[in-house]
Design a protein. Structure first.
Length: 659
């Protein structure tokens, strides 16, 4: 029979775990829990790395770890530090015995790995350690002298190539720390800017993770209702082991729901790769580019059982995830067939202590058949980044705003579907991919696309991890149906003097000269056949862009080949407004908007993707159903609706709650 185990700060690990005689640690409960059991943790702070020993046996025979209803349960990777001594001015120091860290001292572990960018090869590295004053994290400086008079940083030390990176809270950058690791102890100097650390809660992160198994294939575990915080988790590129503050390791069927997750040094929820398929080889060996090692990892994963029966199918829902250095949710390979819904993600990578090419609110590689649904994603360096093998993935009914960039899809062949979203930032969408479908979205910022001819990437048998082939990215082969595009100022979206690889624009004017039907594309290919060989004729012909029913306002423009574009003059403005936990879309749209209406779109209405030779489908292979607006209103087949993500949107002034 399934049992119920209880844990409380007043308990003892020598007790049996009943409500009257609870256990003291969650790890002791993890030693005892079997499939079907529930571990209920009562109010308090638990300073431990929970390492499940077993998993469940099926979706109905899970092991569930939950906070007691209505009780605040904190599981943290930090330890409190006392014994601070004044040094000079607002600087204090404390010495911590290395025994506190065990075999992993984050103050000795650098932030390093593949795809991380350093100012110079031999430049000093930041570390995984961190200091917290009443829950707020500090900034690391690289010399002891900088602790006394830290600069007020307004911009990142390492900036994106094309985007201005401003620090969210410049005053907070003056709370700094520096550490020296000795044989027996670690000494930390910190500038508390006038606070007395003897009277406040001061913590340092000690543990790599907070809830993360060390073994593979511990399946069907639920983690519910906790505050999970302050882990010294490492940089997690797609070519390395990807541990996070919490995650399943290499497993299937976890549910992570209703948690408040914050202050991961790098990534909060990790549903990605494991080390045997490659671990930072591009950095440690230096003999091949990271791209090649990433390609090899796909085939290595197949050899150890990367398939729907053993890996992925996780559910991440109703979590609040914030204040993390790299990602809120990350995964390569292990994320397949998962669902990410109803999460609130914000303040990701805005401390800007380090820089690399794997940063975003949600950053997934090989997100095969992943559903990203009804999330609120704002104030992130990049909202969502889908990279490699974005096949069968669906981004639907999300609200993006106040990000440096909202959505980026890179070196993927599709089919991928983006529908009924608000992309409200100055940069709405960047595509270094092909084979996408955009249906009923509101895009308030720029769009940009480019081919990628030097990185052929895999594509798969539909709804499978089986590799069907691989190819370079020609770009386009995209579908745009019933979207609303707004114009704006490109200089507001990009830094002055930015190096564009394919000029950005507002609306589909970026696709000038593309054919609009597949037959037209074939005719152009045939015209090339007399002058080019079999292989050379394809790169010179632009792939089709299929467009219909789109609306353009505030200076946004259609492509020169779009047959039925609605271009509106007059005032057009969209503002995202926060009121407490609620979010509203306030719009002013010109007359004529109500005349541009579209019917319900299904997978049957979307042209087949060329390279993968695949349709837009649900996970079970049936045609994609695209009949819910952003707020959940169902659209009836045969009826006509406004363009964009909201059935209630109309000409003139509207204000609609979207979260």
């Amino acid at each position: 029979m399934p049992s119920a185990l209880h844990v409380a700060t007043t308990g003892s690990d020598s007790w049996e775990g009943s409500p009257e005689r609870p256990l003291r640690t969650i790890n002791r409960a993890a030693e005892l829990a079997r499939a079907g059991d529930t571990v209920t943790v009562h109010a308090g702070v638990y300073r431990e790395w929970v390492r499940p020993r077993r998993g469940g046996l099926s979706d109905r025979r899970r092991i569930t770890y939950q906070a007691a209803p209505g009780e605040n349960v904190v599981i943290t990777g930090s330890e409190q530090v006392t014994g601070w001594e004044p040094v000079e001015g607002t600087v204090w120091s404390a010495s911590v015995p290395n025994a506190l860290f065990g075999s992993f001292n984050p103050f000795a572990e650098p932030v390093d790995g593949d795809w991380l960018v350093h100012a110079a090869k031999d430049a000093p590295r930041k570390h995984l350690g961190d200091v917290y004053l009443n829950g707020k994290s500090f900034y690391e400086v690289l010399t002891l002298g900088e602790v006394s008079d830290p600069p007020r940083r307004t911009e990142a030390l390492d900036q994106w190539t094309e985007l201005p990176d401003h620090v969210r809270d410049p005053e907070r950058t003056r709370y700094v720390w520096y550490a020296e690791v000795g044989a027996d102890s670690t000494t930390i100097w910190a500038n508390f800017q006038g606070a007395d650390p003897r009277d406040e809660l001061v913590e340092i992160n000690v543990r790599r993770s907070v809830f993360y198994p060390t073994e593979h294939h511990l399946n069907y575990i639920t983690v519910r209702g906790f505050e999970l915080a302050q882990a010294a988790c490492p940089w997690v590129p797609p070519t390395a082991d990807q541990p996070g503050l919490i995650g399943p390791n290499w497993a299937k069927g976890w549910i992570i729901e209703d948690n408040d997750i914050h202050d991961a040094k790098c990534s909060a929820i990790a549903i990605g790769k494991e080390a045997s398929t490659g671990h930072n080889f591009a950095t440690s060996r230096g003999d091949k580019p990271g791209y090649q090692y990433q390609l090899e990892s796909v085939f290595s994963a197949r050899q150890i059982g990367w398939d729907a029966e053993h890996i992925g199918s996780h559910v991440i829902r109703r979590n609040t995830i914030h204040d993390c250095g790299q990602n809120a949710i990350v995964g390569h390979l292990g994320c397949v067939f998962s669902t990410i819904e109803d999460n609130h993600i914000f303040n990701i990578a805005l401390k800007r202590e380090f820089y690399g090419y794997e940063i975003g609110g949600i950053k997934l590689h090989a997100p095969i058949d992943v559903v990203i649904r009804h999330n609120r994603i704002h104030d992130c360096t990049l909202g969502t980044w889908l990279d490699w093998q974005a096949q069968g993935v669906r981004v639907t009914r999300n609200v993006f705003y106040n990000n440096n960039r909202d959505l980026f899809v890179e070196v993927s062949h599709g089919p991928y579907l983006v529908d009924h979203n608000v992309l409200g930032s100055a940069v709405s969408f960047e595509s270094f991919s092909q084979g996408g479908a955009f249906v009923n979205n509101l895009l308030c910022g720029t769009l940009q696309w480019r081919p990628v001819m030097d990185r052929p990437t895999p594509y798969h048998v539909p709804h499978s991890t089986e590799v069907a082939g691989y190819a370079q990215i020609y770009g386009a082969d995209d579908r745009y149906v019933g979207n609303v595009f707004l114009g704006g100022d490109v200089d507001r979206a990009y830094a002055p003097g930015a190096r564009f690889r394919g000029a950005p624009g507002h609306g589909l004017e970026i696709f000038q000269g593309h054919p609009t039907t597949f037959d037209e594309y074939l005719e152009l290919i045939e015209q090339q056949s007399n002058d080019h060989g079999e292989h050379e004729r394809f790169p010179g012909v632009k792939q089709p862009v299929y467009t219909r029913g789109n609306v353009y306002a505030a200076g946004a423009r259609p492509s020169d080949r779009e047959p039925d574009a609605t271009v509106l003059d007059g005032t057009a403005e969209v503002v995202i407004e926060e009121e407490g936990d609620e979010v509203y879309l306030r719009a002013q749209l010109p007359e004529g908007f109500d005349d541009a209406r579209v019917g319900v779109v299904t997978g049957r209405d979307l042209e087949r993707v060329r390279f993968v030779d695949a349709e837009f489908e649900e996970r079970d292979g049936s045609p994609a159903v695209i009949d819910r607006d952003l707020t959940g209103v169902r659209k009836e087949d045969g009826q006509q609706y406004p363009a964009g993500p909201l059935t209630a949107l109309h000409a003139g002034a509207t204000r609609i709650r979207v979260w």
